[in-house]
Unconditional design. Structure first.
Length: 253
């Protein structure tokens, strides 16, 4: 176990802030002894029996033109799908805020630990619908609710009998690994979709390669602008003379 104990409202608290579109990190600590003792300690040994310290909340505001860009894509009949490593509740709210999905409650695919069966559960946990591994199940649900599939449930959904075309009815894929991003793109292509993938991190590289069109997004300042070629000293005086000439005289030459 990661934490020895957690507060009574631990789960309700992180879900509350996640449903508001915030990234929630849980902090924990425990004494590890001398530095020499922990240099070669396996990660699984270090990250257990922690004392819960608190939550850290992150808010990532949209870029000024994000909502307008999404609206233009939707109006041009493009199918928009979010693929992210964020928590499912956070991702569903962000998708709604930016205009990728309708404001109706999203359904998140979850696995019942007791029965090991899949079911769709609304973000407010007021709706539960059993998952059906047959054609038409996803299109029927997506007509009423945005659908979200977290990474841990992806393999369970993509059975040999799964219809690849139906994957386009999922609006949000959350908590996915880089390999799962590639799997989603290949499944979309197998379903007959022409894909364009936009990614802004190294964990998107595999999916960018799988897409028909891959667009790598870099923040301003990540790549320095190209430097102009050095000016030859021999040409410098001539260049200076040209700049000092009368423009009318240059035109008559």
């Amino acid at each position: 176990r990661l934490f020895e104990t957690v507060p009574e409202k631990y789960e309700a608290t992180y879900k509350h802030f996640s449903r508001r579109g915030q990234r929630v990190l849980a902090l924990g600590m425990r004494p590890l002894g001398r530095v020499n003792d922990i240099k070669h300690m396996p990660r699984e040994d270090a990250e257990k029996k922690l004392t819960f310290v608190g939550f850290v909340l992150f808010t990532c505001p949209f870029k000024p033109d994000a909502i307008q860009a999404i609206q233009m894509l939707r109006e041009s009949s493009h199918r928009l799908i979010m693929i992210t490593g964020d928590n499912a509740l956070t991702a569903c709210q962000v998708a709604a805020d930016v205009g990728m999905t309708a404001p109706t409650p999203a359904l998140v695919l979850q696995k019942d630990p007791a029965s090991d069966r899949l079911a769709w559960v609304s973000v407010d946990e007021s709706i539960t619908i059993p998952f059906e591994d047959k054609a038409g199940h996803l299109p029927r649900l997506s007509a009423k609710h945005p659908l979200c599939v977290p990474g841990p449930c992806l393999a369970a959904m993509l059975t040999p009998s799964f219809h690849a075309k139906d994957i386009g009815d999922v609006k949000v894929f959350a908590r996915v690994s880089p390999d799962q991003k590639e799997l989603i793109l290949t499944t979309l292509k197998n379903g007959g979709y022409t894909t364009l993938m936009a990614g802004d991190g190294t964990n998107d590289v595999g999916a960018l390669k799988q897409a028909h069109v891959g667009v790598a997004i870099l923040n301003k300042g990540e790549i320095a602008p190209p430097r102009p070629p050095p000016r030859s000293p021999a040409l410098a005086p001539a260049q200076t003379l040209r700049n000092r000439r009368d423009p009318n005289a240059q035109a008559q030459a």
